[in-house]
Write a protein that binds this ligand. Sequence first.
Ligand code: ADP
Length: 258
Amino acid sequence: MYTLGIDIGSTTSKAVILKDGTEIMASSIVIATVGTDGVSQAIEDVLKDSGLDKSQISCTVATGYGRQSYEGADYQVSELSCHALGVHHVCPDVRTVIDIGGQDAKVLSLNEQGRMVNFVMNDKCAAGTGRFLDVMANILKLDISELEVEAAKAVKPASISSTCTVFAESEVISQLAAGTEIPDLVAGICQSVATRVASLARRVGIKEQVSMSGGVARNAGVRNAMAKELGVEIEYNPMAQLMGALGAALYAYEKAKS
Ligand code: ADP
């Protein structure tokens, strides 16, 4: 049985096809926001890569910020539940999930079955989200994937004191003009995101193992800063950005079975 999970995020659309609720047949991440054809592209990609036809998909679950405006799914499930289940599927010992996406950050507590028992969320402020990193990468004329490379070269990480993205933007421009090295600035930027989200995480309570999901988890600079801030190891799976879509495909499997 094949099931499809789609995660329609603020920045990217993701899709995963699962076989029998276990084997990942294909996955896709398309940079596109809600209201664009990113979802259709992501679905087209996974169908093509798995060699399947849409008619062979038993059930489709949509999650993410844009799920309500998408009509092509059989069910909709919240991204909190989907991230929880997706992470639990790849790493059953995880009890805390830190999910940083394009415009929000969430920290989830999981039980042994991978169900969410508590969460805290920041969806009010761009600081501590992928948006903050996107803005900073743009100022520094770096691709988002280059941030971790630069952060690793830092000698004396800069301190970014502004908690607001707009003020932090001016602060980074001033520090750049004053001659601060780019790696030091990038390390300070990654640290700033980690500090913000770590304080959110402390509110929900840190239970090990701790895992990061969402697109920002792909940035080792943020992961390392987060591990230091919280004093724990951070589990990381290269599929971190796809955890919501994977969880949606798992929910689709549960629905199809029942
Ligand atoms: P959403 O679900 O809200 O669309 P995602 O979980 O897909 O968000 O995360 C998007 C964020 O991930 C972007 O804002 C960006 O900061 C970050 N990101 C995307 N690709 C990479 C990458 N290759 N390396 C590091 N960070 C990335």
